[in-house]
Every structure is written in structure tokens, then in C-alpha cells.
Ligand binder design. Structure first.
Ligand SMILES: [Zn+2]
Length: 335
């Protein structure tokens, strides 16, 4: 079994099917056939773009609105990831999307932390040959209109729960209509409060969007796969040691690339750009991390050496403690 690290994984887009069925039953949702459920949760090959991709979050969010829902979702997802050989992950979610019923953003965060702690308890009492999976949480701000109040609160809560597995913030949502630079005040606050951050950019929009993310001071970019459209940007990524959280199948789904064969992961590595490989959304994209690596091995000739570099880049860029990074280095030096 190989060991993996995922730095870019959304909770609501990565729920195991068994968890979805369990939560639907709890909330008395009418039964759906497996194929109807798949249509609601996952994109087909006909997915047109990021806008259509994002519609697949509507359904799971309907039953991620109580403390128990979020605790269950976090616990189940971590169990699933462990079974796939992951040894470290940063799971992200937007607390403000879980306040449609009675929860506050803080309730939502506490529920996910509880799910994570319960997973650790379960893992401690579970004997097998796997390395333990360690996990942290990233809170997403939403790139949507009129969310100032909610986004400010998310930043404040990230600071409040920094010692309880909340390791950073992110900016998620449709890329393009609202430019990243509009979110400067939030990231200025984050910098002041020493909250690490990453920003979704260079996915639906091109190098300008990534440049704006860099101007906000980010050291990690979610996707960033369109950087190769600008040589000047490539140089900046190299000089500033920026890490790209690449997600191959997701980029294929949103039509950034037509074929996985042309996914430029090897070009990024050969240009010494700090690329990492991640899932984005296991359920929406019908994927998992072992599958992503396999896919790129088959379609782009990704070698063992390339994979080692991708994982090393992940360790270096993780929003984890030095102690955790040493543990990961130790695991990967055993390969
Ligand atoms: Zn994402």
C-alpha cells in the first residue's frame, strides 16, 4: 500500500456514498436509486464548466446542517481516506454554508473538530498495518456577493480554533465574476492574525486571477494549473516558492483540459514549480488519491521520482506543525 497526502479536499464534495445514504435516512429524504443519487452527487463527462461542477454541492449541503451531520461526515470521510492509504490531509469546508437551519458558523466548526477527534479515538483503538492518518481543517471564505459579514466571522473563528486543528483559510466559489483582489481586507486580517491561507485561482480564470492571489500574499494556490499561460507568472511562482494544489480529474471535469494526457503535471515539475497532487472532490469527480496517481502514471508517464517530488512538495507546504512534517518525512523516506 502506498502512502498519500491530500492538501486540497472539500468535505461536502467528498462524502462517501454510504454516508450520504445514512444522512438521507436520518433526514427522511425519499429514497433514490443508486443512479439517481450518482446524478445528484457526481458530474458526468458532459459537465460543461466550473459553474455546472459547483451545482453538485447543492444536494449534499441539504443534509449537512446539524452538528451530528457534520460530525458524522468528518468521521466517515477520515475513515475512508485512511483505508485509501492517506497519512495526512487538510479537509476544507465553508462554515457559512452549514447555517441554513439552526447552526452558527462556530457550531459547524466545533462539530467537524468533534468528528476529527472521534476519528482519532477510533484510530487509536484500531490495530492494523496502516500508518495513522493525521488531519487538519481549512475554513473556506466564499467568493460570493454580500458575504462580508460571514467571511469576516470565518477569519475570526479560524484564529479562535487555531489550536484545535483549524490550520488555515481558503477562498472558494465561482472564479471570475468577483476578482480576488476584492477580498484583500480578509487576507490582510489573516496575515495580522498569523493565519496561513490558500486561494482557489487559475482554474476557471487565467493568470490574472493567480497574480491577484499572489498579490494578496498567498503561498499556496488551489489548482493554479493555468499558470503555464504566462511565463512571467511561472517565474514568479518559482521565485516565491509558491505551491500549487493540482487536482487533475477535477480540472478535466471543469474543462480546463480536454484530455488527461495533456495534463501538464510533468511540465510543472520539470520547471521546478512546487506542484502537489490532490482530489478536490472525491464524490463530485468520482475519484480518490490512489486513482489520481495511477491515472497520471498511465496517461502522463508520471514516475516514482516525480511522485516522490509531489509528496515532498506536499509535506513542505502543509499547514502542519514541524513535528508532523518530520513524521511525514520519516514515512516517505521509508518508500
Ligand atoms: Zn477546490
Amino acid at each position: 500500500m502506498k502512502n498519500f497526502i491530500d492538501l486540497h479536499l472539500h468535505l461536502d464534495g467528498s462524502l462517501p456514498y454510504t454516508t450520504v445514504k445514512k444522512l438521507m435516512e436520518v433526514h427522511n429524504f425519499s429514497n433514490l436509486t443508486d443512479s439517481q443519487l450518482k446524478e445528484k452527487l457526481s458530474v458526468s463527462e458532459r459537465c460543461a464548466d466550473l459553474q455546472e461542477y459547483l451545482t453538485k454541492f447543492d444536494f449534499p449541503l441539504l443534509f449537512l446542517q446539524t452538528k451530528k451531520d457534520l460530525e458524522t461526515a468528518t468521521f466517515d470521510l477520515l475513515q475512508k481516506l485512511r483505508s485509501q492509504g492517506l497519512v495526512y490531509t487538510e479537509i476544507r469546508f465553508a462554515p457559512q454554508l452549514h447555517t441554513q437551519k439552526d447552526l452558527t458558523q462556530e457550531d459547524a466548526i466545533k462539530a467537524c473538530i468533534l468528528g476529527l477527534k472521534k476519528f482519532y479515538n477510533w484510530q487509536n483503538n484500531h490495530e492494523d498495518n496502516f500508518y495513522p492518518l493525521h488531519a487538519n481543517l481549512i475554513l473556506c471564505l466564499m467568493r460570493l456577493p454580500d458575504r462580508e459579514k460571514e467571511n469576516y466571522l470565518t477569519v475570526k473563528l479560524a484564529a479562535k480554533y487555531a489550536k484545535e486543528h483549524v490550520v488555515g483559510i481558503d477562498l472558494a466559489g465561482p472564479e471570475g465574476p468577483i476578482p480576488n483582489k476584492k477580498f484583500k481586507p480578509f487576507f490582510d486580517d489573516a496575515k495580522e492574525m498569523h493565519i496561513p491561507f490558500t486561494i482557489h485561482a487559475g482554474e476557471a480564470a487565467g493568470p490574472e486571477s493567480m497574480q491577484e492571489a499572489l498579490d494578496l500574499g498567498t503561498k499556496r494556490i488551489g489548482h493554479g494549473i493555468r499558470c503555464l499561460e504566462s511565463e512571467q507568472l511561472v517565474q514568479e511562482l518559482i521565485n516565491q516558492h509558491i505551491t500549487l494544489e493540482c487536482c487533475a480529474t477535477s480540472n478535466l471535469n471543469t474543462k480546463v483540459f480536454k484530455k488527461i494526457d495533456s495534463y501538464p503535471i510533468k511540465t510543472l515539475l520539470s520547471r521546478k514549480i512546487k506542484a502537489t497532487l490532490n482530489c478536490d472532490n472525491m464524490t463530485v469527480s468520482n475519484t480518490n488519491l490512489p486513482k489520481e496517481f495511477k491515472l497520471l502514471e498511465t496517461k502522463t508517464n508520471l514516475t516514482n521520482l516525480d511522485e516522490h517530488q509531489l509528496l515532498l512538495n506536499s509535506i513542505n507546504a502543509a499547514f502542519a506543525s514541524n513535528q508532523e512534517k518530520s513524521r511525514l518525512l520519516h514515512i516517505f523516506n521509508q518508500i
